[in-house]
Write a protein that binds this ligand. Structure first.
Ligand SMILES: NC(=O)c1ccc[n+]([C@@H]2O[C@H](COP(=O)([O-])OP(=O)(O)OC[C@H]3O[C@@H](n4cnc5c(N)ncnc54)[C@H](O)[C@@H]3O)[C@@H](O)[C@H]2O)c1
Length: 424
């Protein structure tokens, strides 16, 4: 049975880099969907990323913490959430080395809170108890809604009206094959939506570091090396455990490095663009030969829509760009493109002259490379934006959005930057 497509989506961390791109794409590609964005607005969460959506009736922003169970329960009930797309995380490896606590809290405890809230709402008859507000909880009143189906490339296909009976289940529908197979004692999912999905968004960093050859597949054993990747690995294990133990319809994706619009300028590509524009030094860790696979952010978001539409609960999908690059090559490409677009530095020196090698990050993984064959074969997704096009689009976006960049570069960011790089 093809699952109905997500209609009422709780996006966590939607004010961050990938989340903001995902919210935009999902609203455009799934015309029937409603999105509630729960974001704590840490330093990485920027309300300006979605400011133009304030009047969009299918979008609601909730300022809050994914660890706040009461808040998550009330959103799940009020909004009749049938899909969770979980981005919220502390995501920067360097910060995880200096301040790991927040990574444990948000990435592990936060994920646990969301899984528990989804389990209570979707898999138990009574839901989480008193939190149904009476304003439209899954068990409240009849409703008509329509579903839309994304094709494998993230396009949309209307599949017509879905009648929801008073219990919140599709009238005359078979029992959900996942929720309905729940172990005895979990409860009949009478209050659950017909085909819920919990998409846990993760990273390839959980797999550790590769030598000069080989690729991460979905079967590669986990070997995280930083507090960031260890906390994401823990969250991935929890998410999968909720599928195996409770039959919560969890899907996990592990993606390589993203780049594109709205990325906070602490990560390599926007950091180098910003520094190169300002004529400041371009810090490159170690010998600059660390290799990452780079994927344009919209391609990642399309892959997530594809997994939501066609992925199988309990499965993991690796997502990658087939685009391995050494860090130093990325930096040089950015320098050259900026020289072309805005001219060389005052005095005529090329921007490559700003490159400075700094002491390496402790435990710096040497190489990541993703085998994305499974999602390509089974779900028909593949990256659409090559690196030459993607990096040019990214640079042009930052050049065209200097006000966004200036807004992000406030005092706290500069203080952090000083702490990270002043003594290297
Ligand atoms: N950036 C990448 O290259 C990449 C690659 C693969 C996977 N991922 C994963 O994708 C997800 C999103 O990454 P990103 O780069 O957009 O991150 P980001 O740091 O740009 O955004 C994270 C968002 O989560 C929010 N947040 C943090 N703690 C929260 C909390 N306790 N409650 C609610 N919101 C909270 C922040 O305010 C921010 O808006 C993460 O889970 C990350 O591990 C990222």
């Amino acid at each position: 049975m093809t699952p109905p497509l997500p209609r009422k989506i709780l996006v966590t961390g939607g004010a961050g880099f990938i989340g903001a791109n995902f919210v935009r794409l999902a609203l455009a590609e799934l015309p029937e969907c409603r999105i509630v964005n729960l974001d704590r607005l840490t330093y990485a969460g920027n309300p300006a990323n979605l400011a133009d959506l304030e009047d969009q009736p299918r979008y609601r922003f909730v300022h809050g913490d994914i660890r706040d169970r009461e808040l998550v329960d009330s959103i799940m009930a009020e909004e009749m959430i049938d899909t969770v797309v979980h981005f919220a995380a502390e995501s920067h490896v360097d910060r995880s080395i200096t301040d790991p606590d927040a990574f444990i809290e948000t990435n592990i405890t936060g994920t646990f809170t969301l899984l528990e809230a989804a389990r209570a709402r979707w898999l138990t008859a009574a839901g989480p108890g008193d939190t149904t507000t009476g304003t439209g909880g899954a068990g409240a009143g009849a409703a008509n809604t329509s579903a839309a189906a994304a094709n494998h490339n993230g396009g949309t296909t209307a599949v017509g009206e879905t009648e929801i009976d008073g219990s919140g289940r599709k009238a005359g529908a078979e029992r959900n094959p996942v929720a309905g197979d729940a172990d005895p004692g979990i409860g009949d999912p009478a209050a659950a939506p017909p085909s819920p999905r919990f998409l846990h968004v993760s990273t390839d960093e959980v797999y550790g570091s590769l030598g000069p050859t080989g690729y991460f597949t979905e079967e590669t054993p986990y070997d995280p090396r930083s507090p960031y990747s260890a906390s994401k690995a823990a969250a991935d294990h929890l998410a999968r455990a909720y599928f195996h133990t409770y039959r919560l319809p969890v899907l996990v994706t592990n993606c390589s490095n993203n780049y594109g619009p709205y990325q906070f300028p602490e990560k390599l590509i926007p950091l180098i663009i910003n520094n190169a524009l300002e004529g400041r030094e371009l810090p490159v860790y170690g010998d600059g030969r660390n290799v990452r696979d780079w994927l344009f952010v919209t391609d990642h978001c399309r892959a997530l829509l594809t997994v939501l539409a066609a992925g199988l609960p309990g499965e993991t999908y690796n997502i990658g760009g087939n685009n391995e690059q050494e860090n130093i090559a990325i930096v040089e490409i950015i320098c050259d493109l900026l020289d072309e677009r805005v001219g060389p530095l005052p005095g005529g020196a090329p921007r490559r002259s700003l490159i400075r090698f700094v002491t390496d990050r402790p435990g710096h993984d040497r190489r990541y490379a993703i085998d994305a064959g499974k999602i390509e074969r089974e779900l028909g997704w593949e990256p659409a934006v090559g690196f030459t096009e993607g990096i040019a689009r990214t640079i042009d976006w930052y050049l065209g959005n200097r006000a966004w960049l200036d807004g992000v570069l406030d005092g706290s960011y500069r203080e952090y930057y000083r702490r990270m790089y002043a003594h290297r």
